[in-house]
Design a protein around this ligand. Sequence first.
Ligand code: ATP
Length: 253
Amino acid sequence: MARSCRSRCLVWEDVTVTLANGKKEKKNKCLVSGLTGLAESHRIMAVMGPSGSGKSTFLDALAGRLSPQASMAGKVLLRGGSPPPAGEKSYVTQEDVFLGTLTVKETLYFGARLRLPELTTAELDEAIDETLTKMGLEECADNTIGNWHLRGISGGERRRLSIAVEILAQPQVLCLDEATTGLDSAAAFFVVQALRNVARRDGKIVVCSIHQPTDDVFRLFDDLLLISAGEAVYFGDSQGAVKVKKKIRVKFN
Ligand SMILES: Nc1ncnc2c1ncn2[C@@H]1O[C@H](COP(=O)(O)OP(=O)(O)OP(=O)(O)O)[C@@H](O)[C@H]1O
């Protein structure tokens, strides 16, 4: 790998994740194998690959949230800059889990009260207003989130709220699994644009798995890690992947 770390970055070295064999199988199953790379602050990285290729497993390994059956070899390190604050890594899952009867602002308020108990009410209000603006949620701040029988905010707004809850705690690294799944192209663009702003303006490291991005959405990413059957088949500048002349062979599981 020819890249070096110019600013703070998240480095993964030879990361391999295996699943302990069940009673029927003889061998351990390898979910991702020998992944090495880095994600820099101020940049946003896309993790792409076919379904079952190991994207979620890789993000779980980065965020330190692998299931107990999985074991990891290799290292994940945060390098450069001053010592990171507590809770340096945050993870946004595929599913948005909210209390449907709360408003957007109330959700952020309760999240902040739990994660940032040291803040005064004035500081909390300021942090919440700032986060609402960053994620473009000001317009729906007082709207109810909604659930199966109560119409609420849109799918794109729900996704941005999931991200807002995480960035409130000011993590250095933000990992997102399928940040835009289920959204139309305009909503997906808005979500990734908001993430790119978080990376650019706040100097965060953003790593995000994504399925079938449109051209416009793909262009928002600085870097790309393409995984096939648990192995990296491309790692580098996202636009460099578009220029690769030689055909990249992707193995389907
Ligand atoms: N705890 C587990 N037990 C059994 N198999 C698992 C477990 N976790 C992951 N796998 C398997 O590992 C492989 C990679 O899964 P992973 O969820 O990382 O893929 P993915 O690329 O994120 O897929 P998708 O895009 O469909 O979400 C899959 O074959 C999956 O079934």
